[in-house]
Design a protein around this ligand. Structure first.
Ligand code: CTP
Length: 411
């Protein structure tokens, strides 16, 4: 795997030689690109010795550019990894600015980008950094860590760069070498977000789903080279790159779009919060209030997940269960009742689940289970997609047993 390793100016840059060694041990060909501030923390001589390649740092270095231009470097990369990544480099990538060689490569590459943030915990928690982190995730940049613990500044909190070994493992698990993604050649259909069930021309019944988990699953499936069709209810999220998105509003629309897409699908992941009921009668004109109480008659919406699971030669089917209590019990009974291959259960309430960036889930299948501690939805989705792939191949009787690596945000 060809890895462009960007090193930026954080104290964790002293771990860079160890990171290079671990990437090379796994078969990586590492080209280091340092920023000027990184040179304050680690010497190019040490890095050149461990990487076995001349260090690149200056966009205007005529000799180096003649040997391999920044555009060639951007094309050469199977992955661009930035470790440590400062708040500054994250902000630069978000803005699309390209003042130096590293950010120019980020702008010019089509390879996946992974960043391992390293900074003081107050800087990490600053709303500006968190907003940048969210934008990067939404654009499909893989955020590795950071870890929680004591920091070089003497304080404690989230912001430490995760260990070089965990970074190297995560980079090789991105499934980036063409044709080697866990889901290469497989079609994955995913539903996400809420549905809206109209009452009259101006009102509807809906729920608090943000769609973040389903969108994160779509990005994680793309990273494993699946062909992804995302059937999305109304959400406020950018379309993930490389995904075929169908936007729908009601449960009935979502049902139809799903069945249109499902015929040749290998895996169906039902992450949408589909309404169970809709108004029996949608009024053509806005309902006017009066002094009486009012009631709306509701009828059942189609159960999309159960209908896909009931298909004779249907795909490997994965449901979600969002519960406020007895999470495991309710999830297991849904697994059985809807005849699913797998169910991913999480607790929802005022403080967790909906419209948050974090989640923790328990996954069940007929003869097994796995529990994932609280992590960002993007990280969780990566691990869930690996598990889905593993169970999919096991169910189809093939030998492929992908490794399962949890990139924890807690050291
Ligand atoms: N689902 C679906 N179509 C529906 C309702 C739910 O496809 N009409 C899917 C969801 O995408 C999710 C799973 O079914 O994967 C959730 O199961 P469900 O039993 O419907 O959950 P709840 O609606 O929370 O059910 P209950 O009210 O019984 O807890």
């Amino acid at each position: 795997m060809n890895i462009v390793l960007g090193i930026t100016g954080g104290i964790a840059a002293y771990k860079a030689p160890d990171l290079v060694r671990r990437l090379r041990e796994r078969g990586g060909d590492v080209q280091i690109v340092m920023t000027t501030s990184a040179e304050e923390f680690v010497t190019g001589t040490a890095l050149q010795a461990v990487s076995g390649r001349p260090i690149r740092s200056n966009l205007w270095d005529k000799e180096a550019e003649a040997a391999m231009s920044h555009i060639e470097l951007a094309r050469w990369a199977d992955v661009v990894l930035i470790a440590p990544a400062t708040a500054e480099v994250m902000a630069r990538i978000v803005s699309g600015g390209a003042p130096d060689l590293l950010t120019t490569i980020c702008l010019a590459t089509e390879a996946p980008i992974a960043v391992a943030p390293a900074m003081n915990h107050v800087m990490w928690n600053n709303p500006a950094t968190q907003a940048n982190r969210r934008v990067l995730e939404e654009r499909g940049v893989h955020i590795l860590g950071p870890g929680v613990g004591s920091q070089a500044c003497g304080e404690t909190g989230a912001g430490r760069m995760i260990e070089p070994d965990a970074i190297a493992t995560a980079v090789f698990d991105l499934g980036t070498s063409k044709g080697e993604g866990l889901l290469a050649g497989k079609k994955v259909v995913i539903t996400a977000g809420p549905t809206r069930e109209p009452i009259d021309p101006v009102r509807y019944i809906s729920n608090r789903s943000s769609g973040k988990m389903g969108y994160a699953m779509a990005r994680a499936a793309i990273a494993q080279e699946a062909d992804v069709v995302l059937i999305s209810g109304p959400v406020n999220l950018p379309e993930p790159a490389g995904v075929e998105v169908h936007s729908v509003l009601s449960a009935q629309d979502m049902y139809e779009a799903t069945h249109d897409a499902i015929e040749d699908a290998d895996i169906f992941i039902s992450a949408a919060a589909v309404a169970d009921y809709r108004p029996a009668d949608v009024k053509a004109q806005k309902i006017k209030k009066n002094d009486e109480s009012m009631s709306i008659e509701l009828v059942r919406c189609p159960d999309i997940l159960a209908s896909v699971a009931a298909l004779d030669t249907g795909p490997f089917t994965v449901g979600f269960a969002a519960e406020t209590e007895k999470v495991d019990d309710y999830a297991r009974s849904k697994l059985e009742k809807k005849k699913l291959d797998m169910i991913i259960a999480n607790r929802v309430g005022d403080d967790c689940g909906f419209d948050t960036d974090d989640n923790s889930v328990n996954v069940f299948w007929t003869d097994g289970e796995r529990r994932f501690p609280t992590a960002r939805k993007s990280e969780l989705a990566r691990n869930l997609i690996e598990l889905v792939a593993q169970r999919f191949y096991a169910a189809r009787g093939t030998d492929t047993q992908p490794r399962l690596t949890v990139v924890s945000n807690i050291e």
